[in-house]
Design a protein around this ligand. Structure first.
Ligand code: KG4
Ligand code: ZN
Length: 335
């Protein structure tokens, strides 16, 4: 069995996890600790990079010790150290990857630099022993991606957003509506009391044959609606109608991707995948199309280190490692 200690620090979550596994065995998360900096960034209405990196460096040591304690593991029993090396905020990526490299160097163990998006993509399959061929929809604050997955490490980009990410649209519309930061969970809550048909917002590119997304027109449509109404609107109706438009676009494009590739399994991951209305709609559409939907456990949807540890475990078992001199890659694509 192999034990990996992984660090995630690409944005505003400082996270450490310890994951154990072996060839053909389901991975076990022995520990997963996350310090969310959301409260620190809330007053600024978004993530402040320097505040984020300072807090990663302040928190990581305690988080590593807590994870080792939770897992009942001594640091000497760790077989490899991993960290997210991109994409993300440069100064934040540097803290986590330098910490993991330091431990790898001190204990003479391999280091693995992991792509944050690969972590999200693999997260629905963490508790299984294999990653099946599937279509992956990754929806987070920074990314909206459709990938064709043959197996671990074998990915083909099918499409992605041409402007805002789905989570970014939730966050910006949340701000316009005066809701709490981050906007995603706040919009989901407000939408429960609203009518999703109250406003007919655009579903950009939904009927185009390609698999790209665009959410900026939708965001602007919400803004114009607010301006026209002089701010006197039902926040619940606006939130519900906006959320429904995002869901229709995501579900429509994902099913189109499944039809085009012939895949029978959909993997849904990323912070926006916590949205219950989205999960419900995608589950229903998959059911009607005879497809299986795989989602990550709630703790592993938003940024966490368990998904990074799982990606690192699969790469380690495949005989891979990264040089200690490997740089961070703030704009790293998944391919
Ligand atoms: O994956 P994640 O933690 O970080 C990135 O890698 O970006 O995703 C954070 C995003 C934020 O935009 C947040 O508003 C969104 O996920 N989010 C949600 C919900 N919970 C988090 N969006 C819609 N509905 C939710 N319930
Ligand atoms: Zn993420």
């Amino acid at each position: 069995m192999t034990v990996i200690l992984a660090i995630e620090s690409s944005c505003d979550e400082s996270a450490v996890a310890i994951v154990r596994g072996g060839a053909g065995r389901a991975a076990e998360v022995l520990a997963s600790v996350v310090f969310s900096q959301i409260d620190l960034h809330r007053e600024h209405g978004g993530v402040v990079p320097e505040l984020a990196s300072r807090n990663h460096s302040l928190r990581l040591r305690d988080l590593v010790e807590k994870a080792l304690l939770d897992a009942g593991t001594a640091i000497g029993d760790i077989d490899a150290f991993a960290a997210t090396t991109g994409p993300g905020l440069a100064s934040s990526l540097l803290i986590g990857s330098t910490a993991a490299k330091g431990m790898a160097c001190a204990l003479n163990r391999p280091f693995l630099g992991i792509n944050h998006l690969e972590g999200h993509l693999l997260s629905p399959f963490l508790a299984r022993s294999l990653v099946p061929p599937h279509v992956a929809l990754i929806v987070s604050g920074g990314h909206t991606l459709l990938m064709d997955v043959e197996g671990p490490g074998r990915y083909r980009r099918l499409g992605g957003t041409r402007d805002d990410a789905a989570g970014e649209a939730f966050d910006k519309v949340g701000k316009m509506l005066g809701l709490a930061y981050p906007g995603g969970p706040a919009i989901e809550l407000a939408a429960r009391a609203g009518n999703p048909q109250a406003y007919d917002f655009p579903r950009s590119m939904l009927h185009d044959a390609h698999l790209d997304f665009s959410f900026s027109g939708l965001k602007t449509a919400v803004l114009y609606t607010l301006q026209r109404a002089g701010g006197v609107v039902s926040v619940a109706d606006l939130a519900a109608s906006f959320q429904q438009a995002v869901i229709d676009i995501l579900v429509g494009k994902t099913l189109r991707a499944a039809r085009q590739t012939g895949r029978r399994i959909i993997g849904l991951s990323g912070g926006v995948s916590l949205n219950r209305a989205l999960r419900g709609a995608l589950q229903q559409a998959c059911g009607q199309g005879g497809l299986e939907l795989a989602t990550a456990a709630a703790d592993f949807c938003t940024d966490n280190a368990a998904m990074i540890g799982f990606a690192a475990l699969l790469r380690h078992l495949a005989g891979e490692s990264s040089p200690l001199a490997e740089d961070i890659h703030p704009h790293l694509p998944l391919l």
